[in-house]
Design a binder for this molecule. Structure first.
Ligand SMILES: Cc1ncc(COP(=O)(O)O)c(C=O)c1O
Length: 389
């Protein structure tokens, strides 16, 4: 028999999220009195809009503090249906929606109801690290397809097609993207939908950064095909990361399996948070627009500023709140570079390799922080890079 350690192999296979080490070190330095500029965190600096906070307060004081149906409150599921219709013109039945405690648990419901051991999921490299970790944890196999700065970090469709095998179950899509800020346009989504239909596989579309796309409206994958799952949540566009609210829209045959996972593992999402989420969808769209405009202003400052420092931002990021900058002129090892930057300048960034081998040599700058702090960080990096020359 194989020698086994105490810790399960499944847990051993999960890769650490190095940016959390950067966060921990930044906090240590702050505790020692250093001023740290935070470019590393994907957490909106805006407070949750008042109208949402008040809805939660009211709900709590009216006793909305118990369990709800596992699938979620009917009012919230109806509001999601109405949102899908008014935003994208698609009809989604409330019966296909499962409300979750954030987008993250929705990934467990999705991959848990879709994958058997050995099943493959095609995904971009670089991508949000939870995707390969969830797939691996469930016995599946992540199949990375490189996305490149010169393509705006969009898939090359022929490369996606070549990555499909008889074991492929799904293609993961994330537009706007973390970490790249890249966006897939309607033609990309249509081509991916056609691959899914031809190969009888599924698209898994993480739409958590919808609402934070700058020049064009976002498109849901459901405009292009029914062979798709949608993951979404309130963390980013509504500045609600700590509230923990999201949802999965699943094809009919997956709703009951996902519901059974939810019933056993999570029971339901928080009651008063679901009430607040309903208000967010119905009454906070102006707040979303206000925050989007602020992010856009920051983006328009930060991209040229980073280019001015000698970092390469080949194509403009079009959504989310990240710039994925090629930092190879400063160093090839993104973890070492991020570490040195933090120690020597007090500027914290996420190393690109955290998001997959395709991210090595890059640094992710989040602009979920004020323009004033962005300017301070850029000034420090400017002085630092001048001193190194
Ligand atoms: C692409 C992407 N998906 C999902 C999540 C997690 O979202 P939630 O807070 O809804 O669990 C994040 C958080 O950074 C993200 O960037």
């Amino acid at each position: 028999m194989d020698e086994r350690g105490d810790v399960s192999r499944r847990a051993e296979l999960i890769r650490p999220f190095i940016v959390m080490d950067v966060v921990a070190r930044a906090k240590e330095l702050e505790a020692e009195g250093r001023d740290i500029v935070h470019f590393e965190i994907g957490d909106p600096d805006f407070p949750t809009p008042d109208v949402i906070v008040r809805a939660a307060e009211d709900a709590m004081s009216h006793g909305d503090t118990g369990y709800t149906q596992s699938l979620g409150l009917p009012d919230l599921r109806d509001a999601i249906t109405a949102h899908m219709r008014s935003t994208y013109g698609v009809t989604v039945s409330a019966e296909s929606i499962i409300v979750t405690q954030g987008t993250s648990p929705a990934m467990l419901l999705l991959f848990g109801s879709l994958l058997d051991p050995g099943d493959e999921v095609v995904m971009p490299d670089p991508c949000y690290p939870a995707y390969p970790n969830y797939v691996t944890f469930l016995g599946g196999v992540p199949v990375p397809v490189r996305v490149r700065a010169e393509d705006g970090f969009r898939f090359r469709i022929d490369e996606v097609e070549r990555a499909i095998t008889p074991r492929t179950r799904a293609i993961m899509v994330n537009s706007p993207s973390n970490p790249t800020g890249g966006v897939l346009g309607p033609r990309d989504l249509e081509a991916l939908a056609s691959i899914a239909e031809r190969h009888n596989i599924w698209l898994a579309s993480d739409e958590i950064y919808h609402g934070l796309q700058f020049d064009e409206p976002s498109h849901t994958i459901l405009e292009f095909t029914d062979r798709a799952f949608v993951l979404n949540g309130f963390s980013k566009a509504y500045a609600m990361t700590g509230w923990r609210l999201g949802y999965l829209i699943a094809p009919p045959q997956f709703v009951r399996p996902a519901e059974k996972i939810q019933q056993n593992f999570f029971l339901c999402a928080n009651h008063f948070v679901q009430v607040a989420g309903t208000t967010a969808l119905l009454h906070a769209q102006d707040d979303v627009a206000r925050m989007r405009e602020a992010y856009d202003e920051r983006r328009k400052y930060l991209v040229p500023a980073l280019r001015g420092l000698g970092l390469d931002v080949v194509t403009e990021p079009l959504g989310a709140f990240y710039v994925f900058a090629d930092a190879r002129s400063w160093g090839d090892d993104s973890v070492a570079l991020a570490g040195r930057m933090l120690e020597e300048t007090g500027v914290a960034v996420a190393p690109g390799v955290d998001f997959g081998p395709g991210g090595e040599g890059f640094l992710r700058f989040s602009y979920a922080t004020s323009l004033e702090r962005l300017r301070e960080g850029v000034a420090r990096l400017e002085a630092w890079s001048r001193a190194r020359q």
